[in-house]
Write a new protein. Structure first.
Lengths: 349, 257
């Protein structure tokens, strides 16, 4: 009964919450799972598909019947993060003008991400740490009086997740993920000329938060392993410091395998509410194909996004690469595409 | 199985909420949003048209004023990336400055070179229509609420206007016997120096650090003094009405040789 009430309350919170955002800031995917290359590529549909044998399930409910013991150290970073590093190099050389010139000449939205993580999974539970996760998104508009929309954060996180089977049926799984996050962030629209004369216009905020994120999965006995899953994320139970513009989010999906027809292939049709009334915006489709337990390919596609990732392991070493092409709506009349190539290196024991 | 029913119920609830939320309604999209999109597309004329109507409706809207001034400036190539060379010259000036032991003429030469490089770094306006656009943009911002960025934007517009005025001096009409009416030239000088004075005042209103404020205050005082001196000189000629062209005027216009 308590569980049912909790689920009802969560659903009501989600129904009432609106996706607050600054128009023009590409934040759509900045808080999606990103411990590994496939998590990053699958975006939020990661919550409705089982992970590979050397990855961690995004939805804790999937841990309930998981049978693996794994220590993994991993880092990912995209090429846009490298291009941001050029700004740092310019500033290190005291070439403020060079950095400003490059920045002002860039009319396309920029979205960059890099993170490092370590975790241990022991069958139905896992604990981990993300020493650093950094993401920068910005857009520069109006060449005569530049207006910058920026969303940047650097955070560290510790997390734990457990998956439990229902006493009623082995096909009902429940999981909880808790995350404690400390972050510094900028979430702001400002005029560049204001910032030139008064850098304090740019407010770097800090926040600490503890999130409880429940996951739920319902399956039935079939060769094709059908699973309905649901997950709530970014549900804070404790927050301290500046308020971060993140609302609780809900994800639903249906995944299945191809049984003995194509062993190792799983697909999911995923639903996540995004801005806009067009239903196609909320739906995405993803596939994950695992070759034995040493390589995996994932594909993610939605109305405005396409991504493909491949990684593999040899002995204890893991490496991979992915490509993503995402349409970003700057305003009601203009859109642009953000392309990124992400690389992954890691160790698994 | 009850849990499954609950799951389906929650799923439908979320779908329902998705259908009633999302993209802003048409009335939430403002003229300013549309104008900003047009500016980004370099469709300046349409943006100016839209913003002028919007400004008539809400003259207090600072964002509309910034956008209109931006569109007028952008239309004439006055965009921030055009000021890179100027900024580089000003920032790097200390690195090229001759040391204290150097000859006095070397210091003067450096100052002249610096001024010429800085002057060349200011965007050049393409004709009287562009000049008029920038004057309008400046006026739109003068009537706006203040912010450090608006002060700096006004100073930048004044700088471009100043360059145009300096490079397009008043055409003095020389009469027989090299007689000229100095009054229109006086008015032109007044306009240019007043613009320069306002430029420094705008910078003063924007900068926050004490050293820059002190430097600008000194510069402001110098400009005031120079203006007074110029006024005194012109006053002498103004009294005479049409007068014999002074040597400096003859030299400047290359007239009466």
């Amino acid at each position: 009964m308590i569980k049912r009430n909790f689920l009802m309350i969560s659903a009501l919170i989600l129904s009432l919450s609106a996706q607050a955002s600054i128009q023009g800031v590409p934040t759509a995917t900045s808080n999606a799972p990103s411990l590994t290359l496939h998590q990053r590529n699958l975006d939020r549909s990661c919550f409705s598909i089982r992970a590979t044998s050397f990855d961690l399930d995004c939805n804790p409910a999937f841990l309930a019947d998981s049978e693996k013991r794994l220590i993994r150290l991993n880092s990912i970073g995209d090429d846009n993060a490298l291009s941001l590093d050029e700004y740092r190099e310019s500033l290190d050389r005291d070439d403020v003008i060079g950095a400003a010139d490059k920045f002002l000449n860039n009319k396309e939205p920029v979205q960059a991400h890099a993170s490092a993580a370590a975790w241990y999974q022991n069958n139905w539970w896992a604990v981990g740490v993300v020493p650093v996760r950094a993401s920068v998104s910005y857009l520069n508009r109006n060449p005569a009086y530049p207006e910058i929309s920026a969303y940047a954060f650097q955070e560290s996180e510790v997390f734990a997740k457990v998956g439990l089977l229902s006493t009623e049926s082995q096909n009902i799984k429940f999981g909880i993920q808790t995350r404690y996050v400390q972050r510094d962030f900028i979430y702001q629209k400002f005029y560049a000329l204001d910032a030139v004369l008064d850098p304090e216009v740019i407010e770097v905020k800090s926040n600490k938060a503890l999130y409880i994120e429940p996951g739920f999965a319902f399956s039935w006995d079939s060769e094709y392993e059908p699973v309905f899953s649901w997950m709530i994320t970014d549900l804070p139970v404790f927050q301290e410091g500046d308020k971060i513009q993140r609302q609780p989010k809900s994800d639903f999906g249906f995944s299945s395998s191809f049984g003995s027809l194509i062993p190792g292939l799983r697909t999911t049709t995923h639903y996540h509410r995004r801005a806009g009334t067009d239903i196609s915006r909320h739906l995405s489709w993803s596939a994950l194909y695992e070759v034995k337990d040493f390589a995996a390919v994932s594909v993610h596609s939605g109305r405005d996004i396409f991504g493909i990732a491949i990684d593999g392991r040899i002995s204890v070493f893991v490496a991979g690469i992915s490509y993503r092409n995402e349409k970003f709506e700057i305003d009601s009349w203009t859109s642009s595409r953000v392309r990124s190539t992400t690389a992954e290196i890691g160790l698994t024991f | 199985m009850n849990s499954f029913v609950l799951f389906i119920f929650l799923l439908s609830l979320s779908f329902q909420s998705a259908c009633t939320s999302g993209k802003p309604a048409a009335e939430d999209v403002t003229s300013n949003d549309r104008a900003l999109a047009l500016i980004d597309q370099r469709n300046y004329d349409q943006a100016i048209q839209l913003l002028k109507i919007e400004l008539e409706k809400s003259p207090e809207n600072t964002e509309t004023r910034i956008l209109l001034a931006s569109a007028l400036a952008g239309k004439n190539g006055v965009v921030m990336t055009q000021f890179t060379q100027l900024a580089r010259t000003l920032i790097e000036k200390n690195q090229t400055q001759p040391d204290a032991n150097s000859e006095k003429w070397q210091g003067l030469e450096w100052q002249l070179k610096l001024a010429r490089t800085a002057f060349e770094g200011i965007p050049t306006l393409d004709g009287g229509e562009a000049y008029q656009d920038l004057t309008t943009a400046l006026q739109v911002l003068i009537e706006s609420a203040d912010s450090p960025g608006i002060h700096l934007f006004r100073a930048i517009l004044r700088l471009v206007i100043f360059k145009y005025e300096i490079t397009h001096p008043y055409k003095l009409e020389f009469h027989e016997g090299c007689m000229v009416d100095i009054k229109p030239l006086h008015a032109w000088f007044n306009k240019v120096t007043s613009n320069l004075q306002s430029l420094v005042a705008d910078l003063l209103g924007g900068v926050k650090d004490q050293k820059s404020q002190d430097d600008l205050e000194k510069l402001y005082a110098k400009i005031l003094k120079a203006r007074e001196s110029i006024e005194d000189t012109f006053a002498m000629f103004d009294e005479n009405g049409v007068t014999d062209a002074p040597k400096i005027v003859r030299k400047f216009y290359g007239a009466c040789e």
